[in-house]
Design a protein around this ligand. Structure first.
Ligand SMILES: [Mg+2]
Length: 231
């Protein structure tokens, strides 16, 4: 069976952090810039954490230099831990845990992350959800500001974990926004769009998703992700 690398997005795909990420980033941003108003106009869905901070700084008319972006993101991580302790609406979406359990038994499948979260931020969210043990590697917002590039990095780590090269592998990106789909296409990966982040499956298909479903409880997904197929 062809080696397969799965790259799961986090927010809107595996879980909802109920706004904890946004609140933490706004607090870090405000500490450095005196206001977080410019960040409130930035859509977070499908963006990387460095990309969100850069957009907020540019809206504010500030130079988005790498040192300032890094300083805000460094402060964001402990604030995220704090916000998660009172994120009352935090939830893991339907089907996620049983799908990950099923995937964990497939030797030819490497299960990783492809997320705009910083590596440290993704770890905090997944620990809070009890899902961290399912993901041995990933591509993160801390690896690259652009989604296609962080997916490329995640795919190469997944291939290394399988003892082969990316060219030998089938790569599937699982995400909740057209940004995930576009980035998957940019690296030649297949994509599964899920509706749990608020973007309907039809819109994900229109954006070019290989497959789309309402949530990760949809029937047949384990076979689809392990073996490919047409459903
Ligand atoms: Mg997402």
């Amino acid at each position: 069976m062809q080696p397969t690398i799965l790259l799961f997005d986090v927010d809107g795909t595996l879980l909802s952090a109920a706004g904890a990420g946004r609140r933490a980033l706004e607090r870090a941003f405000e500490a450095h810039c005196g206001t977080a108003a410019s960040l409130r106009d930035v859509r977070f869905n499908g963006m990387t954490d460095p990309g969100i901070v850069r957009a907020g700084l540019e809206q504010l008319g500030r130079l988005a230099g790498p040192a300032l972006v890094a300083a805000i993101l460094d402060d964001y991580v402990p604030l995220l831990a704090d916000e998660l302790t009172r994120a009352a609406g935090f939830q893991v979406f339907a089907g996620v845990t049983s799908l990950l359990e099923g995937l964990a038994t497939s030797d030819h499948v490497a299960v990783g992350l492809g997320t705009g979260n910083l590596r440290a931020g993704a770890r905090l969210k997944l620990e809070h959800a009890g899902l961290e043990r399912y993901f041995a590697f990933g591509g993160f917002g801390s690896d690259h500001e652009h989604r296609a590039e962080l997916l490329r990095i995640g795919a190469s780590r997944g291939a290394a974990s399988l003892g082969c090269t990316t060219d030998d592998c089938r790569v599937v990106v699982i995400g909740d926004t057209p940004h995930d789909v576009a980035a998957a296409r940019a690296i030649g990966a297949a994509s599964l769009g899920v509706g749990t982040g608020g973007c309907a499956p039809d819109l994900m298909r229109a954006a070019g998703a290989t497959w789309a479903c309402d949530d990760l409880a949809a029937p047949g997904l384990l076979d689809l992700l392990c073996e490919g197929g047409n459903t």
